[in-house]
Write a protein that binds this ligand. Structure first.
Ligand code: ATP
Ligand code: MG
Length: 276
């Protein structure tokens, strides 16, 4: 916290109390330590650190170009961190490929939706789930008994996820038949098919109709309540306020404040950099 030293100032990285701390003394599920991202000469992320605990929702906010998506890319493995480290359930994944990180429980969505247009919602979920069990192509083609059992399990899981999000009626719909909000939900459902420990969401509310935002917030809360740690990048501050246990504010690649929503919006530096 670089802002005002008020009594509202929330815990720093490494503290195990307050809004972000675990109720049961668990270790962080995700540790981001001094992470640096550079594009050529441009420093997009400059030594950013935070801890995320199971069942908690961490909001990442800041002005356009602050480095939020770049940080998510470094955590997800789409962008190589030029410095620092990323620990997932205590395991150093700083140099791991995105696929390996996903196998260890880290999955993400992107700022723009990316579902497979030529498939139904149900097929989208099955394909995502197949990644989780690691079935190779020949096994899919061979249709071994194990594979059929896996497919039955994946199908049952997909129905469970669809029903949970009240999307079962849309199981056979194609991407172009869905609303913006429904596409966002499909992305999150695809992530859940992979049994994540950590879910990274980049602007998940973009395209969600205003009357559906409250439902979406409840859905995300329910996801966290399963014990999944969520990192959410979002410009809609009312969403951050309702959703997040802790908020990290970035500007020009650096963390300028960290704490509860009330603490960071009351911070003078945040007001100058983002809210003014
Ligand atoms: N692929 C890239 N190549 C070069 N520079 C990039 C690239 N991606 C991002 N940048 C630069 O890195 C900085 C951080 O961008 P980033 O997209 O991470 O910000 P952001 O906080 O996600 O912004 P927004 O809120 O607009 O999505 C910006 O200066 C941006 O121009
Ligand atoms: Mg972004």
């Amino acid at each position: 916290m670089t802002g005002s030293p008020t009594s509202e100032a929330a815990p720093r990285a490494g503290d195990h109390g307050g809004a972000r701390g675990p109720a049961n003394g668990d270790a962080p599920v995700l540790q981001v330590r001094d992470v640096v991202v550079r594009y050529g000469g441009v420093v997009a992320v400059s030594r950013v650190s935070f801890d995320l605990f199971r069942g908690k929702i961490l909001g990442l906010i800041g002005p356009n170009g602050a480095g939020k998506s770049s940080l998510l890319a470094a955590i997800g493995g789409q962008q190589r961190a030029k410095g620092g480290s990323i620990l997932l359930q205590g395991r150093d994944v700083t140099r791991s490929a995105p696929y390996t990180r996903a196998q260890h429980g880290l999955v993400r969505t992107f700022q723009t939706t990316s579902e497979f247009e030529g498939m139904t919602v149900f097929e989208n979920l099955l394909v995502a789930g197949r990644g989780a069990v690691g079935a190779s192509l020949w096994r899919v083609v061979a249709r071994s008994r194990t594979n059929r059992a896996e497919e039955r399990r994946a199908a049952a899981k997909a129905w469970g996820v669809l029903e949970r999000f009240e999307m079962a009626d849309l199981a056979d719909a194609y991407g172009h038949e869905l609303s913006g909000g429904q596409r966002r939900l499909v992305e999150i459902m695809r992530c859940l098919m992979r049994d994540p420990a950590v879910l990274l969401l980049d602007e998940p509310m973009v395209g969600v109709a205003p009357h559906l935002v409250a439902k979406f917030i409840n859905d995300l809360r329910a996801v966290a309540a399963e014990g999944i740690g969520l990192v959410i990048v979002e410009h809609a501050l009312e969403v951050i306020e309702q959703l997040c246990d802790v908020v990290v504010v970035m500007a020009l690649g650096e963390v300028i404040a960290e704490g509860t929503y009330a603490a960071v919006v009351g911070d003078e530096g945040v007001r100058r950099a983002y809210l003014a």
